[in-house]
Write a protein that binds this ligand. Structure first.
Ligand code: 16G
Length: 248
């Protein structure tokens, strides 16, 4: 999409968002570039300034652009936006951004679930689960450390998988026939510790985002409990919310 299609069922602001997203993806607009003003975009695409403003504002909210008072709107410096609306995995997120996902498996083993993990996975403590410790990279740059705890009948078969070159979510869904339906996720701010700093190549004490996610397969059955550490200065978590109609 490179022009606004007037007869399209997609709203114009949305089409402009996609056009601008593509300019970033293709590298035409680089981090730090000043983007055209609302007026310029309006003239270029034959839309109102209001429409252009809505598209820009949403991309600011998603972290792709940032505004500087009196200077204009710029393309963000490689912050990764993880939207919290659709359930997606790391590989999907990176591909959607046009970046090359990468994985270093730090360890992969069967081990008994401790109390905390068992509670999240709704299993008995001591039951054998598959534990996967991974460093996740985008275009070769370390972004996050993830520890996934996986429980399903036959999960020990994951020991034989090449998890450096395969997406875990894709394997679960396509090879193991376990559809991932929904997830609960918590976010917490914190600081990078010394072990994490080595893997993530950032100074100890840098900002970090800790996430905990329980992913469910059919019949609301937890299949993965993952706790991750993301480099706080490289990530934006984005969510869109609607106000419920209040009954008075
Ligand atoms: C995400 C998930 C993680 C999951 C991974 C699968 C969070 C906090 N974590 O990073 O739970 O294991 O995606 O990615 O979002 P993959 O399909 O690339 O292996």
């Amino acid at each position: 999409m490179s022009t606004i299609v007037r007869k399209s069922p997609l709203p114009r602001y949305y089409q402009l968002k996609e056009i601008m997203r593509e300019k970033i993806r293709s590298g035409e607009w680089k981090p730090g570039d000043l983007i055209p003003s609302e007026r310029e975009l309006g003239e270029q695409y034959g839309i109102s300034r209001m429409t252009a403003r809505q598209a820009i504002t949403e991309l600011v909210n998603e972290g792709l652009f940032y505004r500087e008072q009196g200077k204009g709107t710029f393309v963000s410096r490689r912050k990764i936006t993880q939207q919290l609306i659709h359930l997606t995995g790391f590989t999907e997120d990176m591909k959607a951004r046009g970046q090359q996902p990468g994985t270093r498996v730090l360890s992969a083993e069967m081990r008994p679930a401790d109390e905390a993990v068992a509670e999240r996975l709704r299993i008995k403590p001591g039951l054998q689960i598959f534990r996967l410790h991974r460093l996740r990279l985008a275009d070769g740059e370390p972004l996050a450390i993830e520890v996934s705890h996986i429980s399903f009948i036959g999960c020990e078969k994951l020991l034989e998988e090449d998890l450096e070159h395969n997406s875990l979510y894709r394997l679960l869904e396509t090879k193991y026939g376990l559809p991932l339906v929904e997830a609960d996720q918590e976010l917490e701010a914190g600081l990078i510790g010394s072990e994490e700093a080595q893997y993530l190549k950032v100074p100890v004490g840098s900002p970090a985002l800790f996430t905990r996610r329980v992913t469910y397969t059919e019949r609301n059955q937890p299949i993965e409990y993952a706790s991750s550490v993301y480099c706080g200065n490289k990530y934006v978590f984005y969510t869109h919310m609607k106000r419920e109609q209040l009954l008075s």
